[in-house]
Design a protein around this ligand. Structure first.
Ligand code: ZN
Length: 285
């Protein structure tokens, strides 16, 4: 890892993660998509298993999840989608089941940050009674998104907390929201896939940094080869493909400094431990 951009190095050095932070991946299942539909240049013979994986970020001031994976009612959620969006899938344990199996203290969980409101990121909210942290713009998007009604179904009854980008430009992105005020979890706008999509930048330790980029790219090739989705999928799935191009360039520029995690690429989560009993950090008090 080479830190050769002084501006980036300065911004990274400003993050002050407290002792006691930890990060875990909670894979909840997969759904199959040909690489040809995932990124330009992909093959139809190359069938990718898209991950539906949530991430738990532990912080002394309150833990957060990033996205929620498949929920207990995922089959019903899939039936709510237009038929062209359904594909062969495998359902594993939900986030809720994994938290319980690990003996996790739910009172530590302060909210779920959504990278965006599509069904495969929010389905697991059906069995999580925690606040939903989402941009006001994404709430407007979800209100008008006719093809995906799952968010409206699972968000009902939750404390939905809109937030705004009240912080300065950050690592090439035009604005930011620093969740804990210490630079450990910083959310930046990336409104290309949906109009309120975000990237979540997490610093667990100075040598352990991640960019959770949601669906900015569906597979790592989107970042490593800087290729967008194929034209048809851009038309069907994206709100602003010029903005995606710009944000992919920003994320690629960050890749020497941090692990880039496209939500649906299992390879992106390499090295992030699974949540198993006894692995969560104890509460600082
Ligand atoms: Zn997705």
């Amino acid at each position: 890892m080479t830190n050769n951009d002084p501006g980036v190095a300065r911004a990274l050095a400003a993050a002050g993660p407290p002792p006691g932070m930890a990060i875990f991946q909670l894979p909840t299942g997969t759904y199959e998509t040909p690489a040809a539909l995932a990124f330009q240049g992909g093959s139809f013979r190359d069938r990718r298993q898209f991950a539906a994986t949530a991430v738990l970020v532990q912080h002394p001031e309150g833990d957060v999840l990033i996205d929620a994976g498949f929920g207990a009612q995922a089959e019903e959620h899939i039936r709510m989608l237009p038929s062209f969006r359904r594909s062969p899938h495998h359902l594993g344990s939900t986030v809720s089941e994994q938290l319980d199996a690990a003996g996790y203290d739910r009172t530590r969980l302060s909210g779920v940050i959504l990278t965006h409101s599509h069904w495969d990121h929010v389905s697991g909210l059906d069995s999580l009674d925690v606040p939903i942290l989402v941009t006001d713009e994404e709430l407007r998007y979800a209100d008008h998104n006719r093809g995906d009604r799952v968010f409206r179904r699972v968000a009902a009854g939750h404390d939905v907390r809109g937030y705004s980008f009240d912080g300065p430009a950050h690592l090439g992105f035009p604005a930011s929201h620093d969740l804990h005020g210490d630079g450990s979890v910083v959310i930046v706008p990336a409104p290309g896939h949906t109009t309120g999509s975000v990237v979540v930048l997490v610093t667990v330790r100075p040598d352990q940094r991640f960019a959770f980029i949601g669906d900015l790219a569906w597979q790592l090739e989107g970042v490593t080869h800087r290729v967008q989705r194929p034209l048809l999928m851009r038309i069907l799935a994206d709100s602003d493909s010029a903005r995606i191009r710009q944000d992919l360039a920003r994320v690629t520029a960050l890749s020497p400094y941090m692990q880039i995690v496209p939500a649906h690429d299992a390879r992106g989560y390499d090295g992030i431990p699974l949540l198993v009993p006894g692995r969560t950090t104890s509460r600082a008090s």
